[in-house]
Design a protein around this ligand. Sequence first.
Ligand code: COA
Length: 260
Amino acid sequence: MSEHIKIEKSDGILSLTMARPDKKNALTNAMYGALADAMEAAETDPTVRVLLIRGEGDMFTAGNDVGEFAAIATGAFQGERHVGRFLQALAKSSRPLVAVVQGRAVGIGTTMLLHCDLVVLAENALLSTPFVNLALVPEAASSLLMPLRIGYARAYEMFALGDAVDAKSALAWGLANRVVPLDKLDAEAKALASRLAKQPAGAVSTTKRLMRNPELLLAQIKTESERFAERLTTAEAREAFVAFAERRPPDFLKLAKQPA
Ligand code: COA
């Protein structure tokens, strides 16, 4: 369990809230574990009809904790990693997933939206996938899902340059269902989740199963995870993590002049 994931259930809706606002809800291993546990338990809980995923504070999430990336890269991180279980739970969830996004959704904050069935954005939402900026590669089956959803040209630019996409563009590109003023965000998302919760659960889950192919997604996640793990230990990635810790831009060009 993690103190940074809040879990509440009411009227058939299980709310999972990333609650580490002082670190912009950056996701730690413990947070992935708590999210995965809750999602796995929801699969066998008939009283859970819809899952709502949200973040506390001024942004949805700044993505994976970069300090933990660095610790994995140097071997300082030991123990069981839970991110894989979380990604699998996302890909396999039979329940509708509703995302509620204000401010930034970075990295996995954006790629998890591709697994959500309804995405409600606040007007200030900014979606970005700066994996390459960190010398990493896309995850969560996003290398498959993103080009399918928004086309190769836009997906490649999002991944390779890491620029943020604003709410209006995200809606136009099919990354979201609604854009609403920030002060209406929670109410709008809850209203949609409540409507879904009252629909016939069997038909809802079978429709989702027809529209999504978990086996294909899990295979892509496996391939990406292997590449991701390789990239984490490169000199490029070390430079990216050190630069983040030192609050400076990374200098990848200098690596060409050094032995690997
Ligand atoms: N991992 C670890 N800590 C993070 C983090 C992350 N992904 N994102 C933010 N934080 C921490 C900051 O280090 C800072 O901690 P401090 O107060 O102890 O110094 C705190 O959260 C606030 O972040 P700050 O950068 O001051 O907020 P901001 O509003 O100026 O910028 C972001 C927000 C999200 C633009 C910026 O924090 C950022 O770029 N984070 C990294 C995002 C990223 O690369 N994620 C991985 C994607 S694969």
